[in-house]
Design a protein around this ligand. Structure first.
Ligand code: NIG
Ligand code: FE
Length: 385
């Protein structure tokens, strides 16, 4: 069964061979979807026939957003912590323990229902690929459970046993790292594609560069790809460690030394920026312009989690990136689609070229620019074909 999508006022393909500029823009476009893949893209005037036809009435169509960083397996919320932050209490990761306690106490079905609600919330805002981390279980069984549940909704699952040192291991970080790299990794790896670590010497709860290296090397030996929570609170060792170990992504990148920017620019490690975090923690935004001008690949993701940033909206992150981080609307849209795909080392999503997955976001607007131009307006959705 093939479907011809017509009436596309502006199509973002992210394939410069198909249209103009880095977004590969085509105006008055059409595309054909067959068996869930893009089978034809081009000008509406040249469109072939198909079994069915759907008209989007001049709207903009773009690749579904690729949210490459989210923590969606948890119970409870931390609205009171957010409220305190807004009047000056800084974020240091200490509140994660609250979510760990609530998550351990929840049943599988409670966690599954909450996870499904968040994934649906994302989809309603145009996100078609999402990465989901564990990290609120922090025991062998609770981390394995989180990854099994995550695997029910996405292949992009990340083992984050090294999120923080749980309270029962306070003062014994080395022993906890042994647990994470031993039995916890063994139990979680079958359901995980990636391993991640919160590398942040400035937090009393997270891991220093040496511990992060041990965690990442163990994950790599178990066959997992690498990602790092890096340089969120200080210009620590996380970014350079991520680049040295060939991680797919260094996430946050809020505080960067020149050497961090140079390292990212000369690497295959994507700098994933999470501006919802800076919004929700009242922190300075990362300097996307500096990274882009140096030649780094930049992705935008939500970091949806109950602590540092409880938004599921990539349109909101795009608007922040344009308003606060020196990105053009085109750069921000690329970063939330093709950039996210690069951060997950995926070539089948994040663009609408021949053979790509036909994951289509549609805007109730004529141009991708409206994502930043009309902040807070629910323009984006997924086009089901
Ligand atoms: O990416 N910084 C570490 N982890 C998450 C926050 C988790 C939480 O506060 O619950 C982050 O910001
Ligand atoms: Fe995170």
């Amino acid at each position: 069964m093939s479907t011809l999508v017509t009436g596309i006022g502006e199509l973002v393909t992210n394939d410069p061979a198909l249209g103009s500029g880095p977004l590969g823009l085509v105006h008055d476009a059409a595309l054909v979807v067959e068996d869930g893949l893009v089978a034809w893209v081009g000008s509406a005037a040249a469109a072939p026939d198909a079994d069915r036809r759907t008209d989007v009435d001049g709207r903009a169509v773009l690749p579904g957003f690729v949210d490459s960083h989210a923590h969606l397996v948890f119970a409870g919320d931390r609205a009171a912590e957010f409220e305190a932050r807004m009047t000056g209490t800084p974020y240091d990761g200490g509140g994660i323990a609250t979510t760990v306690a609530a998550t351990r106490a929840a049943t599988d079905d409670e966690l599954r229902a909450h996870l499904a609600r968040l994934v649906a919330e994302m989809r309603a805002q145009g996100t078609t690929t999402v990465e989901v981390k564990s990290g609120y279980g922090l025991t062998v069984d609770d981390e394995a459970r989180a990854l099994r549940l995550a695997r029910e909704v996405t292949p992009e699952t990340t083992f984050l046993g090294a999120h923080v040192v749980p309270t029962e291991y306070a003062g014994r970080a080395d022993a906890y790292v042994e647990l994470v790299t031993g039995p916890m990794l063994a139990a979680g790896a079958p359901s995980a594609r990636w391993i991640d670590v919160f590398c942040e010497p400035a937090s009393p709860h997270a891991f220093d560069g040496d511990a992060a290296r041990v965690v990442l090397e163990a994950g790599r030996a178990a066959g997992l790809g690498l990602r790092v929570h890096a340089n969120q609170l200080s210009a620590g060792p996380g970014v350079r460690l991520a680049v040295e170990l060939g991680a797919a992504s260094a996430d946050h990148c809020t505080h960067l030394a020149d050497a961090d920017v140079e390292a990212l620019a000369g690497s295959g490690t994507v700098a994933t920026l999470l501006p919802g975090v800076e919004f929700s923690t009242r922190s300075p935004y990362p300097d996307a312009r500096r990274l882009l001008d140096a030649g780094a690949t930049v992705a935008l993701a939500s970091d949806c989690n109950p602590g540092s940033c409880f938004t599921s909206s990539l349109p909101f992150c795009i608007a922040l990136a344009v308003r606060e981080m020196g990105m053009t609307p085109a750069e921000a849209v690329w970063a939330a689609t093709a950039g996210g795909a690069a951060a997950l080392r995926r070539t089948d999503v994040g663009r609408l070229a021949l053979g790509s997955r036909a994951d289509l976001a549609v805007l109730d607007a004529p141009s991708y620019r409206h994502l930043a131009y009309r902040p807070g307006v629910p323009l984006a959705g997924v086009l089901d074909v």
